[in-house]
Write a new protein. Structure first.
Length: 76
């Protein structure tokens, strides 16, 4: 496996982990993609961007949750 393939595989693994951590592993793929597209439209540095980033930071600091319990519950 080349270094570039390893890097890409690791990136996909990490992104998949974020989906799992958010409690969205069983969510409809079109729903997830639509949400990500909407997130991509949020301007970097905007109040909404900052709000969402703070939610994410809190979620990363929270202990991992089990089952379908969503990280968002712990981040609030």
């Amino acid at each position: 496996m080349t270094a570039d393939r390893k890097r890409k595989a690791r990136e996909k693994f990490l992104l998949g982990g974020i989906v799992v951590r958010a409690g969205l592993s069983k969510a409809d793929r079109a729903y997830l993609l639509g949400g990500l597209i909407e997130l991509a439209r949020v301007a970097s540095g905007s109040p909404e961007y900052q709000r969402l980033r703070e939610v994410g930071e809190k979620a990363f600091m929270a202990p991992a949750l089990k089952g379908d319990q969503r990280v968002l519950e712990a981040a609030e």
